[in-house]
Design a protein around this ligand. Structure first.
Ligand code: NAD
Ligand code: IPM
Ligand code: MN
Length: 358
């Protein structure tokens, strides 16, 4: 039976536009290889340019439009001309919150052919999945700014619910078990954050007792950041709050070759009422945008995660193999990996490798 997936494509801002088209290119190539695998892409020109024209990041009924799709594939959001809180709360964050996509999955792997900035670490030796709580915590939109001048005050509250903590920690353990992973590390800051994170630690302890086959560890965020650099091999699955996992996922990307390689997926594993959301860990990178310098591999690996989510694991595995080969060959790579290739040349190379598998 032919499968036809409806994908909403939001290139967004900066390098988002450049990298997403490479991911779509790879998906087209996979459709040629697997004739029964078909995509219907619909492009949405939402983001900061749209904001400058219309005063909003997406139309009022943007989420209603998106909810009809099987998946959403986004590049990045963020533009130096507009305050970040307006752009991100206008487009990216509402998708995760309103669609209740509570799992953020951000895997990194030190691929053969990629050098870690850390010495004494060889290929394959770093293999970490950050499981990010996506719908509450420090990103809860609770607070405000009052007063003027020297009397200004801001309150920013973090909401941690038992339900929210339980479901993300349970997911991390179930994921570890399913993938044959051996350890789950929970990272908080409950020595200073006395309520939400204390509740988190308590629930982590409760849930970990149900998974005796998996080693567990609870760490403080400051020490964990130090330790990920000192001993990245000691980490397997990491589960953390919205903000901490955000920070940790840039860190884990960095020790495995950088943001140019780090993919991301957001979804609700129990409830598919709304589409999954797929975007790389990196942002719009205004410092290199528009020059063809961005590494599209993170976006391509993000497309691979989207294929897995859609139940197309075989096509996903093929795309993964193609990326692996591109990296191992060390010929076509962007500047961040020490190469001279342009964004589209790397995308073309992954397509060439895919076709060679046919
Ligand atoms: P960034 O991730 O955009 O860039 C950080 C550094 O990494 C830059 O030097 C950039 O050139 C480099 N980099 C990032 N992706 C790369 C790639 N694919 N290839 C090569 N180099 C790459 O982070 P930032 O500069 O802090 O943020 C820029 C904007 O993006 C801000 O507006 C921020 O809010 C937004 N942002 C959006 C997302 C998202 O949409 N998912 C994620 C992070 C940041
Ligand atoms: C990410 C980004 C976003 C986040 C920002 C831009 C709001 O950093 O996807 O990692 O923290 O969720
Ligand atoms: Mn981030």
């Amino acid at each position: 039976m032919d499968k036809r997936y409806r994908i909403a494509v939001i290139p967004g801002d900066g390098i988002g536009k450049e990298v997403v088209s490479e991911g779509v290119k790879c998906l087209h190539a996979l459709s040629e290889i697997y004739e029964s695998l078909q995509f219907e892409f619909q492009n949405f020109p939402w983001g900061s340019d749209y904001y400058l024209q219309h005063g909003k990041m997406m139309p009022e009924n943007g989420l209603d439009i998106l909810k009809e799709f099987d998946a959403i594939y986004l590049g990045a959001v963020g533009d130096p001309r507009i305050p970040d809180d307006l752009t991100l709360h206008g487009l990216l964050l509402p998708i995760k919150f309103e669609f209740d996509l509570y799992v953020g999955l951000r895997p990194v792997y030190l691929f053969p052919g990629v050098e870690s900035p850390l010495t004494h670490i060889s290929e394959g030796e770093i293999d970490i999945v950050v499981v990010r709580e996506n719908t509450e915590g420090e990103y809860s939109n609770i607070g405000g700014i009052v007063g003027i001048g020297e009397h200004q005050q801001a309150i920013q509250s973090a909401l941690f619910t038992r339900k929210g903590i339980e479901r993300i920690i349970t997911f991390a353990f179930e994921f570890a078990r399913e993938k044959g992973r051996k350890k789950v590390t929970s990272i908080t800051k409950s020595n200073a954050q006395r309520y939400g994170m204390v509740l988190w630690d308590r629930i982590f302890k409760e849930i970990s007792s149900r998974y005796p086959d998996i080693r567990t560890e609870s760490k403080l965020i400051d020490a964990a950041c130090m330790d990920v650099v000192r001993n990245p091999k000691g980490y397997d699955v990491i589960v953390a709050s919205n903000l901490f996992a955000d920070i940790l996922s840039d860190l884990t990307a960095s020790v495995t070759g950088g943001l140019g390689l780090a993919p991301g997926a957001s979804f609700n594993p129990q409830d598919r009422t709304y589409p999954g959301f797929f975007d790389p860990v990196h942002g719009s990178a205004p410092d290199i945008a528009g020059k063809g310098l961005a590494n599209p591999i993170a976006a391509i690996l993000t497309a691979k995660m989207m294929l897995d989510y859609l139940g197309e694991a075989e096509a996903g595995a093929l795309l993964y193999l193609a990326v692996k080969q591109n990296l191992a060959e060390k010929k076509m790579r962007t500047m961040d990996l020490g190469g001279r290739s342009k964004t589209h040349e790397v995308g073309d190379d992954v397509v060439r490798i895919l076709r060679s598998f046919k």
